[in-house]
Design a protein around this ligand. Structure first.
Ligand code: ADP
Ligand code: MG
Length: 692
C-alpha cells in the first residue's frame, strides 16, 4: 500500500478547475497527468525582471517593467507589417513594436492617452529605445507583473500561464516529507528540503532563490538517483536471497574443451570464469553482467559457463538477438560438442513445424544439454527438464524487471548477461545495478592491427579501386550501408543500389544481406561470403552484433557520420579478428556536423571500447546508447547522466549501505525512503520487499 502522505500527489490534474480533458491530455503527453508528474517537470530557464524608475543604458538587453502613457500609434503597410506604439515613460520615449499582429487587437490595447504597465527586453536602435513583442502589457497598471519567472518545455496548445497555474495548484498540496537523504550529505551539499527545492525551483521568490537553482536542482537529481539506485540494490538483495542448489562440477569438460581449443584463454577470460564458477557453485542465484569489449572473446566464456552447468547435471540456454548469430554460435559450439559428448540444439523461428516440436520435446525430456537461439528459447512453450543457466549474449534490451521475472521463473537457473560493447560506468550503475559485474578488459594476444581512416564520400572510387587490389590478395570486405530501400526523402544509399553498382566493378563477387530477407536467404548469402565464394558482403547493420568471420579484414561504412559511436565501434569489431592486419574505412558526407566530426575523430584515435562508450554517452545520451530510447526503460526526469555522474556514485554507495543494513526499509528512515521510491515511480522495488 502506498503511504498515505503521498495520496494527494497521485491526484489527476483533470480535476483542477480550468483544466479539463483537453489540457489534461496535452499535459499528460508532455509529462504525465498525476500531480507528482507536474512537480517533477523542471523548468529549463528563468527570467528576471526589474521595475525601473528611469531608463538607463545599463538596462539594455534586460527585462524591465515600467508604466507609461501612449503618445502615438501607427501601423505600416509594407511587409512585414509593423505596429508601433510610442510610450512616454518619465522623459523618455520607448517604442513598443510588433510584427504581423492583428490591427484590431493592437489598436484595442494601445490607445493614445492610455496608461499601461509593460514588461519586455529593452533595446536601443538608431539611438532610440524600443521593446519588440513585450512579455506583458497590462491595461490595469496595478497588475503585478512577476519579477521572477520560470520557463518550461511546452507543447502545442499549452501556454506557459496554463502550465504555471497547474503547477501552483499542485504545489499547494505538496506535503513536507521526513528527510530521506543522509543528513551529513545534505549539510555538506547545502541542499534544501525536498519541498523547499520544488517550490523555489518552480516559483523563485527572489534573486537568491534564482541563484540557488543549480543546488536545488542537484538535490532533486540526487533524489532521483538515490531512488533508482536503492530500487536496484533492493532487487539485488532480493535476488541474492533466492536460494538454489549449488552446482558443482569436476571440471572434466572444462579441461577437455581447453585441450580441444586452438588457443589459450586470456587472463581476463579466466578471471571472469572464476567469478562465474564461484557463483554457480553457491546457494545464491547468480545474476551477473559480463562487460567486455568487442573481440575480447565472450562467446567462449559463455561456452565454458554452460559446460559447467551441464557437467553438474543441468541444462543451459544461450540467448542471442538474431537468428544469424544463433546459427553462428551453434556452429561454433557444434565443432566441439561431439568431442565433449554433449548435445546441442538450435531453436529459431516462430513457425510451429515438426522439427521445432521435436526439439522442444527433447528439451523437456532432458535430451538436450545446451540450447541456443533467439527469444524463442524463453517462451512459455519451452519447458526445460532442469534449466541451470541462462546466458544472454549481446542483449541490451532487457529491463531490470524483465530480468527479474526471467530469474524467478526457473527455480535453479543462474543468470548472466554479456554486453556487446562496453557501457559507461554511470549507465552500468543505473541500468545494471541489480547485477554483479565482471569486466573483460583484455583482448586475445597477437590480434592484428586495425587501422581506421576517414574518407570523403566523393573519393569513393579510390576506395573501390583499393578493394580491387585487396581482393587479388584474397581479402574479404564488409560494406555497410545505412538503409534497406532507396527512399526519396532520405538520401541514404540503399543496400540494393550499392550492391548493384559494386557489381559493375566486381561481377559475381557481391553477397547481400539485410533485415528484410528471409532467414534462409540471409544464411545462404552469409555462407557464400564466409566461404569466400563472394568476397564482398554488402549489408545493413544486421551484421553489427556479434558476427565472427575472422578472415574478413576490411570494413567500409558508408555515411559513417550517421551512426552512433558505439555502433561504429561494434561494426568495426567485426574485423581485426583473424591473422591479417585490418582496415576500417569510414566514408562521410561533406556536410559534417560538429558532433559527427567528433565521433569520427574518436573512431580514428582509439580502438578502446571503454573510452568510446564514455564519449558516446557524452555525445548522444543514454537512451540512444542503450537502444532504450523508445522503451522508456531508463529515462530520468531530472538526473542528467553526463553532468550528474558523481551523484550516481554517491547514491549508489548510499543505496548499498541501506539495502544491506535495512533491506526491509523499516523504521522512520525506512518509511522516508519508501516515500522517495514512490515519488520517483520505483515502487515495484517496495513490493519485492513485501514478497520477501
Ligand atoms: P566477442 O567478445 O566480441 O563476442 P568472440 O567471442 O566473438 O568476441 O571472439 C572473437 C574471436 O576471438 C573468435 O574468433 C574467438 O574464437 C576468438 N578467441 C576467443 N578467445 C580467444 C583467445 N583467448 N585467444 C585467441 N582467440 C580467441
Ligand atoms: Mg560476441
Amino acid at each position: 500500500m502506498r503511504p498515505k502522505i503521498l495520496e494527494p500527489l497521485y491526484y489527476n490534474i483533470q480535476n483542477i478547475s480550468g483544466i479539463g480533458p483537453y489540457y489534461t491530455s496535452l499535459i499528460k503527453n508532455l509529462v504525465g497527468d498525476r500531480y507528482k508528474d507536474i512537480l517533477l517537470h523542471m523548468p529549463t530557464s528563468s527570467i528576471k525582471r526589474k521595475i525601473i524608475n528611469n531608463v538607463l543604458e545599463s538596462q539594455i538587453n534586460q527585462k524591465i517593467i515600467f508604466t507609461g502613457i501612449i503618445t502615438s500609434t501607427w501601423t505600416t503597410y509594407k511587409k512585414p507589417r509593423m505596429s508601433i506604439a510610442t510610450v512616454k515613460f518619465k522623459e523618455t520615449n520607448i517604442s513598443i513594436i510588433y510584427f504581423n499582429v492583428k490591427k484590431i487587437w493592437f489598436e484595442g490595447l494601445f490607445k493614445k492617452g492610455n496608461e499601461l504597465a509593460i514588461s519586455g527586453t529593452l533595446q536601443k536602435r538608431n539611438s532610440k529605445y524600443q521593446i519588440v513583442h513585450p512579455d506583458y502589457v497590462e491595461n490595469n497598471i496595478k497588475t503585478r507583473i512577476p519579477l521572477f519567472e520560470t520557463l518550461y518545455p511546452l507543447t502545442k496548445g499549452l501556454n506557459k500561464n496554463k502550465l504555471s497555474s497547474v503547477i501552483q495548484k499542485v504545489i499547494n498540496v505538496l506535503p513536507s516529507f521526513e528527510e530521506w537523504i543522509d543528513l551529513k550529505l545534505i549539510k555538506s551539499k547545502k541542499w534544501p528540503k525536498f519541498d523547499e527545492a520544488i517550490k523555489s525551483i518552480h516559483f523563485p521568490r527572489n534573486q537568491k532563490s534564482l541563484d540557488q537553482y543549480p543546488i536545488f536542482l542537484e538535490r532533486l537529481a540526487y533524489d532521483e538517483a538515490l531512488s533508482r539506485q536503492l530500487a536496484l540494490n533492493l532487487i539485488r538483495v532480493h535476488k541474492r536471497k533466492k536460494i538454489k542448489k549449488a552446482k558443482n562440477s569436476k571440471a572434466f569438460l572444462r579441461k577437455k574443451l581447453s585441450s580441444l581449443l586452438p588457443f589459450k584463454l586470456t587472463k581476463s577470460q579466466n578471471n571472469v570464469l572464476l567469478d562465474i564458477y564461484k557463483d554457480l557453485n553457491s546457494n545464491e542465484k547468480m545474476s551477473r553482467l559480463i562487460q567486455g569489449d568487442v573481440g575480447s572473446g565472450k562467446t567462449i566464456v559463455a561456452f565454458f559457463s554452460l559446460l559447467y552447468v551441464v557437467e553438474s547435471g543441468y541444462q543451459g540456454a544461450l540467448m542471442v538477438p538474431t537468428e544469424i548469430l544463433s546459427q553462428q554460435h551453434y556452429n561454433f559450439f557444434k565443432k566441439y560438442s561431439d568431442g565433449l559428448g554433449i548435445k546441442i540444439e538450435l531453436l529459431i523461428g516462430k513457425e510451429k513445424n515438426l522439427k521445432k516440436q521435436k526439439i522442444l520435446s527433447k528439451v523437456s525430456n532432458g535430451l538436450v544439454d545446451i540450447i541456443i537461439g533467439t527469444h524463442a528459447i524463453i517462451q512459455k512453450n519451452v519447458k526445460f527438464k532442469n534449466l541451470g543457466l541462462v546466458v544472454i549474449d549481446e542483449q541490451h534490451r532487457f529491463g531490470v524487471y524483465q530480468r527479474l521475472a526471467l530469474l524467478q521463473k526457473s527455480p535453479d537457473a543462474d543468470f548472466m548477461v554479456m554486453t556487446a560493447t562496453p557501457i559507461p560506468r554511470t549507465l552500468i550503475l543505473t541500468n545494471y545495478g541489480d547485477m554483479d559485474l565482471s569486466i573483460m578488459n583484455e583482448k586475445p594476444l597477437n590480434r592484428p592491427l586495425i587501422k581506421t581512416i576517414t574518407v570523403n564520400n566523393n573519393k569513393i572510387n579510390d576506395v573501390i579501386s583499393s578493394i580491387s587490389n585487396s581482393l587479388k590478395n584474397g581479402e574479404q570486405v564488409f560494406w555497410v550501408c545505412p538503409l534497406v530501400q532507396e527512399s526519396e526523402n532520405i538520401d541514404l544509399i540503399a543496400v540494393e543500389t550499392r550492391a548493384k553498382s559494386l557489381n559493375n566493378y566486381f561481377p559475381n563477387q557481391i553477397s547481400v544481406i539485410h533485415g528484410k530477407m528471409s532467414y534462409e536467404e540471409k544464411e545462404n548469402n552469409l555462407n557464400q561470403f564466409i566461404k569466400s565464394q563472394k568476397p564482398i558482403l554488402v549489408s545493413t547493420t544486421v551484421i553489427e552484433v556479434g558476427i565472427d568471420i575472422p578472415k574478413a579484414n576490411i570494413m567500409i561504412i558508408e555515411h559513417a557520420e550517421r551512426f552512433g559511436l558505439s555502433q561504429l565501434h561494434q561494426l568495426r569489431g567485426r574485423i581485426g579478428r583473424g591473422m591479417k592486419d585490418s582496415i576500417c574505412i569510414l566514408l562521410y558526407d561533406k556536410k559534417l556536423s560538429n558532433v559527427a566530426k567528433n565521433r569520427l575523430t574518436t573512431m580514428k584515435n582509439t580502438n578502446d571500447g571503454f573510452l568510446i562508450s564514455e564519449k558516446d554517452l557524452e555525445l548522444r545520451g543514454p537512451g540512444e546508447l542503450l537502444g532504450t530510447r523508445q522503451s522508456g526503460e531508463q529515462s530520468f526526469r531530472i538526473l542528467d547522466l553526463n553532468t550528474h555522474k558523481d551523484l550516481v556514485e554517491i547514491a549508489n554507495n548510499e543505496a548499498k549501505l541501506i539495502s544491506n543494513k535495512n533491506p526491509q526499509l523499516l523504521g522512520s528512515q525506512g518509511s522516508a525512503l519508501k516515500n522517495l521510491l514512490y515519488l520517483f515511480d520505483q515502487d515495484k522495488a517496495v513490493e519485492l520487499i513485501k514478497i520477501g
